[in-house]
Design a protein around this ligand. Structure first.
Ligand SMILES: Nc1ncnc2c1ncn2[C@@H]1O[C@H](COP(=O)(O)OP(=O)(O)OP(=O)(O)O)[C@@H](O)[C@H]1O
Length: 382
């Protein structure tokens, strides 16, 4: 946690030994028509770092970005760029005075300027050759003499991206910058532009609502919900140590097994789990992603042996099995209570409908949460 931040909300931990953050947001708040849409948001972006603001539609990501850019003014908190406060209760530098690069969804090119002139706008004449190099980076080599109206929407979007990159901004603020591009182009343009920004030491704050895209791009992800940052960390950390059930569910389909705590543990058809800190009778949710169930075919030889790694197997029948290319999705009706669990397996295997299976839970991949509350951390078999 950053001790200088006035807020109690999660603050992006800065990588050790790093310099002054390129961008720091401290305790930001904003309300529209009396409704708080940004609530105590704090985050820092280091030089060469990409921080993704990730969250469902309407959670306040774009508003946070617009506050950082200066096009919206917060009613609480501060915006700092390279160690200087550019906006707080007393001052508010306008966007053009902040020297940050902006790639917003509603980008607008100058219609009367060519593509090359658009990209070269606002950079010194001596650096104009950079415009052509950037156009080739975004896959628009040779487009310099064209005018915006001669381009498709996706091409215009890439010109806007090149234009934002041209002045070598120290901070780049991007709102769904690659959303209009088809997949192949998106991967290429995204990797090219982000690696350039990193190489130049820019700090990038990028908004997306797509978890896979965030995991692919981000050094760290700040997960937002209802105007607040609920968790900050490296993609691996956020995926494998979600703060709560909703944070876990944002990244994939989930199986949830409900049980009750007693004597600091809980009994389930898959064996016992520890429930440290939970009162007797508290409802707990054991959560596991479909790819982390272990499946054994029921060949009539009884249950597979229980193990420390996978607990007890429980029996069910295949209700539906679907081949989906690289994997198959199997829905299993469980014998113990008629509930349905979902498992994914490599696509080569597709069991018959009605076939008997034994399912067990990979214990190191289970999360245990008190029902409707905060995380109790990973559970462990007893
Ligand atoms: N100018 C505005 N006036 C009133 N309400 C607004 C305004 N702009 C945004 N809002 C509301 O504020 C909330 C947050 O909006 P914001 O655009 O920041 O969300 P978001 O997380 O970026 O969503 P999305 O992914 O859909 O773009 C939403 O409920 C939105 O309807």
């Amino acid at each position: 946690m950053n001790s200088s931040a006035p807020s109690a909300a999660p603050v992006a931990d800065r990588p050790a030994g790093d310099a002054v953050p390129r961008l720091a947001l401290r305790g930001l708040g904003h309300a529209y028509e009396g409704r708080r849409v940004v609530d105590d948001v704090s985050a820092e972006v280091a030089p060469g770092e990409i921080l993704c603001l990730l969250g469902p539609s309407g959670c306040g990501k774009s508003t946070t970005l617009r506050i950082a850019a200066g096009v919206e003014r917060q009613d609480r908190g501060e915006v700092w760029l390279d160690g200087a406060c550019v906006s707080d209760a007393a001052r508010h530098a306008p966007p053009e005075a902040r020297g940050v690069g902006l790639v917003f969804q509603d980008f607008a090119l100058f219609p009367h300027l060519t593509v090359a002139e658009n990209v070269g706008f606002g950079i010194p004449r001596a650096e104009r050759s950079r415009a052509e190099a950037l156009l080739s980076r975004v896959g628009l080599e040779g487009y310099g003499p064209k005018y915006p109206h001669q381009l498709s929407g996706g091409e215009q979007q890439r010109v806007a991206l090149a234009r934002a990159l041209a002045p070598r901004p120290r901070v780049m603020l991007m709102d769904e910058p690659f959303s209009g591009l088809d997949k192949r182009l998106r991967d290429e343009v995204r990797d090219e532009s982000l690696s350039l920004l990193k190489a130049e030491g820019a700090g990038v704050l990028l908004v997306t609502h797509e978890p896979e895209e965030a995991m692919r791009m981000a050094d760290r992800i700040a997960l937002m919900r209802d105007g607040r940052i609920v968790q900050v960390g490296a993609p691996y950390h956020i995926y494998n140590h979600p703060a709560d059930l909703r944070a876990a569910a944002f990244f994939s389909d989930l199986n949830v097994i409900r049980a009750r705590a007693r004597d600091r543990q809980t009994e389930t058809p898959f064996g016992r789990f520890l429930t440290p800190g939970l009162e007797d009778g508290a409802e707990v949710e054991i959560v596991i992603r479909p790819q982390h169930l272990k499946i054994d075919a029921d060949v009539g030889a009884g249950a597979p042996h229980p193990s420390i790694a996978n607990g007890l197997p429980a029996r069910g029948r295949v209700e539906r099995a679907r081949f989906m290319g690289s994997e198959s999705l199997i829905e299993v009706r469980m014998e113990y209570d008629g509930s349905r669990l979902r498992a994914t397996v490599p696509g080569a295997w597709l069991p018959q409908q009605g076939a008997g299976l034994w399912l067990s839970l990979r214990r190191d991949r289970c999360f245990l949460f008190p029902a409707g509350g905060a995380a109790a951390g990973h559970s462990a078999a007893t």
